[in-house]
Design a protein around this ligand. Structure first.
Ligand code: NOJ
Length: 914
């Protein structure tokens, strides 16, 4: 069966002929722990008198004043004679986040299997958090009285957590109003350890025993389920919040759907063939972080668990005197297969605050090398050295900028990673050097499955750094190369060997510095495994079942690669693309949305998917431009490029069976339209780089959903086909045959057309003509966008070029903006070798102030475009001051004026009066 399945899946992959094989993936009803918890929840919900069986024993409470934490025991009353103890800890963290952890006391249990730890898995936070979180210093405990205790926190005492002991419940207030309630619906459920024989006496009447000790789903039948049932589940209600976002990865809407009548959102890293849109099925990555937003307040939940997880969402309208009020609550139910219960609650005044607060816990995005924000050309596969160089030549011939060419699995000898197919790539270093001559970079794929019987897998087995089966032997399964073993990147010892494989000089790419890595299939994808992934009872380093740490495996793999590349390069920022990811992946990798299709609906869904990624602080995100499976029409390809230039990670990719479709392939007028779009991207690289810098410092998104800019405007909460990239409001065309769009402006701020400077103003829809060559882009009044208008073959060749500043005046004639500059490749910026500049315009004067950094950049400003009706009164001369004073000319045009060659250098402050 296993081999047969492997070949079936290989066929599907290679030929891409079918739609997603939904039946390969467990529905909640087929999954033991999800089925049991949905059943439990329905029993509890039906019984209006039900009281949660969980309560805190007041005598166990201990207030640790020095560490902003309270510990104690929660007991679950199974029956009169059976009470189970769960130690808990509540901490108030910096940034006014509150964390609750509930563990199970397993010290008394006897586990026959000596290969595994018997404790519940508690290491998800070790991988997700960016170091140990700091405790708050702004808090006050109100000790137990009348069955509750509370913690007041925040600099204005604006937060309060009230913890009720019997039954257990936590209410979180902000400014005196109830915002979030934990165990509001009494769905808290921790399946404590018991053997199969003891199961009956350990079940409460509301519980079921469905698939507790075996799994009857297809290829999961061999699952040893040594621990039996051990799920953790909790409900969290968001009061007055109609919209919740996040918890990727799903091909679904930005504002998440009510799942009462459907499948819950599933969070489990899997390789999902030909995924469908409008789906709650799991995908390649997981970030168990949800953001809720309403006018005046935003909140977040970070469910720190790395096991298979389902999330149910229920939206309920509150009834007031039988009349439906406008207040909607969102009630969520989080269900994980095992691990401790670990949850962080974040509340802020805006959604940006909540995203940043989550970033303060898990780390900010790495500052990427500038080249990686350029255009990436990929397909499965570029065949040989000649092909690679020919593609590069064609980009130059057709005057189309590009930075990176990619090699997929076929470059290797028989899919043995760290080898080259010598007859096709006889001299990789020569090829890399040739690419380097025009500033181009190569990215090659390295996957975690290692073909058996070759030196790398032999060594991995010898060094005991392979994933193990439930008997403790190296696990063998099937993937691209046929039979393979999997690299166990949880094992700290594995790093040394990985470093060796990537070593400089005699390793994979000689000493080339224009060589970076793509980590694919790291969910991990196992063609012969259940749900195309690893059996859940594999053992990872630390004696944990992969059942517990499955969703962080991909992160450990790309982090190992990152570390090896940092060593290989000495002082260059590594670029890594990963398919599987978890909270924390943003610190070292970019992601893409996997194997989409060359269809309009996939172009459309890429926008909410990438916005979701930005909401949850994984902003370096993209989707395969053109669609992976199939062949896009020329129109679709063109529209996809016009949308793709706004993906923070911008790469075209295609399946091995698809036809060639590099930008010159469709011919005119398509090639010109694609070239124009790419040139917009390249001109905007200073803006894009600045947005990444700001995200790397503050955790703010790179691309903002509309409601991040106008959090008070309810109408913007569900908009997912438009976004702001800095001051640019963009609505890519995603409908076949469309010649115009209605673009929604979310407030009364004035906006200008990106090319004609025509004015659009007024909250509401505005009609914009958008024939095939046009991307609807408006510039928001009050912003300053930095650009480099001399677009060249690659971003590296534009390094010393001068800047253009695009000043879009608001109705008062003011504007603001920022610009970040550094060498674009090393870590020297960490020692101050950069410039972060503030620009400000008011009263017909633009001022530039270096905010921080001290790079001796020689770049100048070559022109300043000032847009706005008030430019009508501008004269034809501007006075520039930087050390001394001089004048320069101004040329006026329709609704704008251009200050020509002001001659200012960016590393010193300056001002210009116009
Ligand atoms: C699966 C990836 O999603 C796809 O992008 C890649 O081309 C194939 N693996 C082959 O490596």
């Amino acid at each position: 069966m296993r081999l047969f399945q492997f070949f079936l899946l290989l066929t599907i992959y290679l030929h891409g002929a079918f739609a997603v094989k939904e039946y390969l993936f467990k529905k909640c009803a087929q999954s033991g722990f999800c089925n049991r918890n949905r059943h439990f929840a329905s029993q509890v919900a039906e019984n209006v008198d039900y009281q949660s069986r969980y309560s805190i024993d007041e005598s166990t409470l201990n207030y640790i004043e020095s560490d902003a934490s309270i510990v104690g025991d929660i007991f679950k009353t199974v029956s009169d004679s059976t009470k189970i103890r769960f130690p808990f800890i509540i901490n108030i963290l910096e940034n006014n986040n509150i964390r609750l952890r509930i563990d199970e006391d397993r010290s008394q249990i006897k586990l026959e299997n000596k290969l595994l730890k018997k404790e519940r898995y508690n290491e998800a936070s070790k991988y997700a958090f960016n170091g140990e979180p700091k405790s708050s210093t702004n808090y006050k405990f109100n000790q137990i009285s009348n069955g509750k205790f509370s913690i007041v926190y925040g600099d204005k005492n604006q937060y309060e957590a009230i913890i009720y002991t019997t039954p257990f419940k936590i209410v979180v207030n902000y400014n005196g109003e109830e915002q979030l309630v934990l165990n509001d619906r009494s769905f808290l459920n921790i399946e404590h350890f018991r053997t199969e024989d003891e199961n009956d006496v350990n079940l409460t009447p509301e519980e079921s025993s469905f698939n507790s000790f075996h799994d009857d789903f297809k290829d999961s039948k061999d699952d040893s389920l040594i621990f039996g049932p051990e799920s953790v589940a909790l409900d969290v209600s968001f009061n007055g919040f109609k919209h919740v976002y996040g918890i990727p990865e799903h091909a679904d809407t930005l504002s998440l759907k009510d799942t009462s009548e459907s499948e819950p959102y599933r969070l489990y890293n899997v390789d999902i063939f030909e995924y469908e849109t409008d789906s709650r099925l799991p995908m390649y990555g997981v970030i168990p972080f949800m953001v809720a937003h309403k006018v005046g307040l935003s909140a977040g939940i970070f469910w720190v668990n790395a096991a298979d997880t389902y999330v149910d969402i229920k939206k309920t309208e509150n009834q007031v005197d039988n009349v439906l009020s406008s207040k909607t609550d969102t009630k969520t139910h989080w269900i994980s297969e095992n691990g401790i219960l670990d949850i962080v609650i974040l509340i802020g005044e805006t959604p940006t605050d909540v995203t940043k607060s989550y970033a303060s816990l898990t780390g900010n995005v790495q500052l990427p090398q500038l080249f990686s924000l350029g255009y990436h050309q990929c397909r499965w596969n570029y065949n040989d050295e000649e092909d690679v160089l020919q593609i590069t030549e064609n980009f130059d011939k057709y005057d189309i900028p590009y930075d990176v060419i990619w090699l997929d699995v076929e470059y290797t000898d028989s899919k043995k990673y760290f080898t080259w197919k010598k007859e096709l790539f006889p001299d990789p270093e020569r090829m890399l050097n040739k690419l380097d001559e025009t500033g181009r970079t190569l990215v090659a794929i390295i996957d975690p499955h290692l073909k058996t019987d070759y030196e790398v897998s032999d060594e991995v087995i010898k060094q005991d750094i392979a994933l193990k089966n439930n008997k403790g032997e190296p696990f063998k399964g099937h993937c691209w190369p046929g039979e393979s073993v999997w690299f166990d990147s949880f094992n700290p010892k594995s790093q040394k060997y990985w470093d060796h494989l990537f070593r400089n000089g005699t390793g994979l790419a000689g000493d080339a510095t224009n060589f970076h890595i793509w980590n694919d299939m790291n969910e991990p994808s196992v063609f012969s495994g259940p749900e195309t992934s690893s059996p859940k009872d594999l053992i990872t380093y630390g004696d944990w079942e992969i059942r517990s740490d499955h969703n962080v495996y991909g992160l450990t793999f790309h982090e190992a690669t990152y570390e090896s590349l940092t060593k290989r390069f000495v002082n260059k920022r590594p670029f890594i693309l990963t398919r599987a990811y978890y909270s924390g992946s943003q610190r070292t990798a970019s992601m893409w949305t996997g194997d989409n299709m060359s269809k309009w609906e996939y172009l459309k869904i890429s926008l909410p998917m990438i916005l979701t990624s930005n909401v949850v602080n994984m902003p370096f995100a993209g989707a395969d431009v053109g669609g992976f499976f199939g062949n896009p029409s020329k129109e679709l390809l063109t529209r996809w490029y016009q949308a793709g230039i706004w993906y923070p990670f911008f790469r075209a990719h295609a399946h091995i069976d698809s036809r060639r479709r590099e930008p010159w392939v469709p011919g005119e007028p398509y090639t010109s339209h694609i070239r124009d779009a790419l040139k917009i991207r390249y001109a905007l690289l200073p803006l894009i780089y600045t947005k990444f810098y700001e995200s790397s410092i503050t955790g703010s998104p790179v691309v903002d959903p509309l409601f991040y800019i106008t959090p008070e405007n309810i109408k913007s909460f569900e908009i997912e086909d438009e976004f702001y990239f800095g001051g640019l409001l963009v609505k890519p065309v995603t409908d076949e045959g469309a010649e115009s769009v209605e673009i929604y402006i979310p407030d009364d701020e004035i906006h200008y057309d990106y090319e004609t400077y025509q004015t659009y103003q007024g909250e509401g829809d505005h009609h914009i003509e958008a024939p095939l060559g046009k991307i609807p882009i408006l510039i928001r009044g009050g912003t300053i966008t930095p650009r480099k208008d001399r677009v060249r073959r690659s971003s590296k060749l534009m390094k010393y070029d001068p800047y253009t500043l695009v000043v879009a005046l608001d109705s008062k004639g003011d504007a603001k903006g920022t610009l970040y500059i550094d060498d674009g490749e090393t870590f020297d910026y960490e020692n101050g070798d950069y410039l972060y500049i503030n620009f400000e315009v008011s009263n017909n004067e633009i001022k530039s102030n270096v905010n921080s950094g001290s790079l001796n950049a020689s770049n100048k400003v070559e022109k300043i475009i000032i847009i706005g009706s008030s430019t009508g009164g501008i004269g034809n001369e501007a006075t520039v001051s930087q050390g001394s004073e001089w004048t320069t000319s101004i040329i006026s045009g329709e609704n704008h004026a251009v200050i020509k060659s002001p001659g200012v250098k960016l590393n010193e402050n300056w001002s210009i009066k116009f």
